[in-house]
Structures are given as C-alpha cells and as structure tokens.
Write a protein that binds this ligand. Structure first.
Ligand code: ADP
Ligand code: MG
Length: 335
C-alpha cells in the first residue's frame, strides 16, 4: 500500500466513526461520556461496561452504602484489623502517598470532620472550636491508618477515625473507565465525572479536545480554555458543592489540620496524565491556598495548575508554566 492510499484509508475509517453521548447519575454526581466509535453498538457496549465498573467501585468505596467495604472497615475503627480487597488496599495506599507529598493537606481520614460539618449544617450552628480541635487530634490523621500488606489488612489506630474517598474516588474511577474504553479499542472521547475529566485522543480532524474552565463566580462563563489530548484535568471548587450555616457558605473541602473548611481559593484546576492524581491534587491544593499551592507545584514536574482566588471584582489568577502550555487564551488578567 502506498503512503497516500494508507493515509486515505486511515482518514476514511476515521470519518466513519460515530459519536455517542451518554450520561448517568452515580456516586452522587453525573458521569458523562462523549465517545467516537466504529459503530453505535461498540460505543454503547463500552459505555455500559464502564458504567458497571463505576457502580462496582461505588459498592466498594461508598460511605453511604452500609454494605460497602469502606463502611464495614469504618464500623470497626479501633477495634480490629480488616482484610480488604486488593484494589481497596491500593487506593488507600495511594491516598496516604498523596497525604505524605502534600504534608497532610490531602487526607482521606477527614470522615469525622465531614460528618461534623454536615451535622452542623442541618442544625444551622457553626461547631465550636474545641469540638473541632478534639476531632482533629483524636479522629483525623493518615498516620493513624495501619497497613499490613502481607495480610492485606487495614487497622485504624483510633476508634473515631473514618475514611472518606470523596477527594480521590471519582478520579480513580475515571482512570478505570478510560482503561476499559481503551481495551475496547476506543481512542477518541471525553469522560467527565463530576468535574474529573479525561480527554482521550482528540475529536476527528482536530489535534486535541478543547475544555473550558468555568468562572467560579459565573457558571455560564468560561475563564480559560485548555486543549489537551490523553490527559486528565480536575477542578475543585467551592461554588458547586458547599455547606451553608447561618447564611455563611463553607467549602466542602476541609483542612484536615485545622478541621475547618477552606476559604480563599475558589477554584483549583490541575492537569496531568492520571485522573487519580489530578483529583487528589486539586483537593490538596485547594487546602494549601495560592501561595503554598504554587510552591508545592513548583516541585512537581509536568503538573499544570490554575488557581482562582479573590473576588469577582478583583480576581487573583495563578497559572504555572505547565498549565499555560495547554492554555488557549484567558479572559481574566493575571495580576
Ligand atoms: P468534588 O467532589 O467537588 O470533586 P473534591 O475532589 O475536591 O471535590 O473532594 C471533596 C470531597 O473530599 C469532600 O466532599 C470530602 O468528602 C472529601 N474531602 C474534604 N476535604 C478533604 C481533604 N482535605 N482531603 C481529602 N478529602 C477531602
Ligand atoms: Mg479531588
């Protein structure tokens, strides 16, 4: 086959691709697919398998389902060690790794704090500092999780510690979904799981997927576009999910060291190769804030970050070089 005919036949097979869009509600949020496939059936089958995989993960990692492996482990905190599935062990180990590299800004042991703030919201009272401090010292801290790799057992060194995978689970699920889609031969598409996005390949005829990053003060506005291919991007923000107590808004991201919801940074977008990594890091950098967050990402190579702080009239936008490389343009000025 000559090069030209090879090129033409490649182009023709690409033009033949169909686009399938599907959305599901799972893990408390929306899982969206936009995929290019050879035919509708192959796309639908892949989407169904991917969705089943996310449901399987939810059955393992959910803290709402009393039968999940997570709930079972949380329920015997401080009492006994539990044998967990290999994958569960692995996610826990990776979560602890992110705690280590972020100096505890990311910490899956925030469970009891999340519970306290939810309860405070329903009672409409801001919790008093002593209660918060007590929980932080007694029930929080990744160093209270004991891992026994040989037996695949987990033990909590505290009877009130509880794990919450809310800051990493969706990213992990996206990596699994992308693995399944690739196994099924899908090379082009977008997976968006509640703001945790993976861009596979590119749309036909283009070199990358264009993704808009939302203005934290105006849902309908985009403050920046990035163009990425075979990369993950995650945005953590305080504008979509938050608590409200006495008319005051609190972020759903909590600083595990103080026990209080973070404030100051409104949105953090992280770009890298793995969806698990960008999910954990966007949560962690939201805790660190602009200054410490910028210092932190300086030490990581090939992780792009954009942070938005300040207020709608004088926004403070920080972007590192690794982020700018993928950026198309930006509507806000960088002071
Ligand atoms: P979203 O769910 O909006 O994508 P994140 O990925 O930032 O947001 O995760 C926030 C969730 O993670 C919270 O709802 C809570 O369950 C959990 N969480 C809160 N603070 C932390 C933290 N410092 N480290 C790890 N997980 C956290
Ligand atoms: Mg996260």
């Amino acid at each position: 086959m000559s090069l030209i005919t090879l090129f033409l036949s490649l182009l023709l097979t690409q033009l033949d691709l169909v686009v399938v869009e599907r959305a599901f509600f799972v893990m408390g949020t929306i899982l969206e697919f936009e995929l290019y496939c050879e035919n509708k059936k192959s796309c639908n089958d892949a989407v169904f398998e991917a969705y089943s995989e996310v449901k399987r993960l939810d059955d393992m990692l959910s803290n709402y389902k009393p039968d999940s492996d997570l709930s079972k482990l949380n329920s015997v905190a401080g009492k006994r060690a539990v044998v967990v599935p290999e994958e569960f062990f692995d996610i826990t180990r990776r979560s602890i790794y992110f705690s280590r590299i972020t100096n505890g800004a990311f910490d899956i042991t925030v469970g009891e704090l999340v519970r306290l703030w939810k309860e405070s919201e329903s009672k409409n009272v801001i919790p008093d500092e002593n209660t918060v401090k007590k929980i932080v010292s007694e029930c929080v801290g990744f160093d209270k999780i004991m891992l026994y790799p040989r037996e695949r057992k987990v033990f909590f060194n505290s009877s009130c510690l509880s794990i919450d995978f809310g800051g990493i689970g969706k990213g992990y699920a996206v990596d699994r979904v992308v693995g399944i889609l690739r196994e099924r031969g899908i090379r082009r598409g977008i997976v968006n799981f509640g703001g945790n996005i993976y861009a596979m390949g590119s749309p036909v005829g283009k070199s990358a997927w264009r993704i808009g990053i939302r203005d934290p003060w105006n849902k309908d506005k985009v403050i920046s576009y990035i163009e990425i291919s075979d990369m993950a991007v995650s945005t953590s923000g305080d504008y979509e999910r938050y608590f409200e107590i006495k008319g005051r808004r609190f972020s759903h991201i909590i600083d595990p060291r103080s026990g209080f919801p973070v404030s100051g940074v409104h949105s953090v977008t992280v770009l890298a190769k793995s969806a698990t990594e960008v999910d954990a890091l966007s949560t962690a950098i939201s805790v660190m804030g602009i200054e410490k967050g910028a210092e932190f990402v300086d030490r990581l190579s090939s992780v792009g970050v954009m942070m938005v702080a300040g207020d709608s009239k004088s926004a403070l936008v920080y972007r590192n070089d690794a982020f700018k490389k993928f950026e198309l343009n930006h509507a806000l000025n960088n002071p």
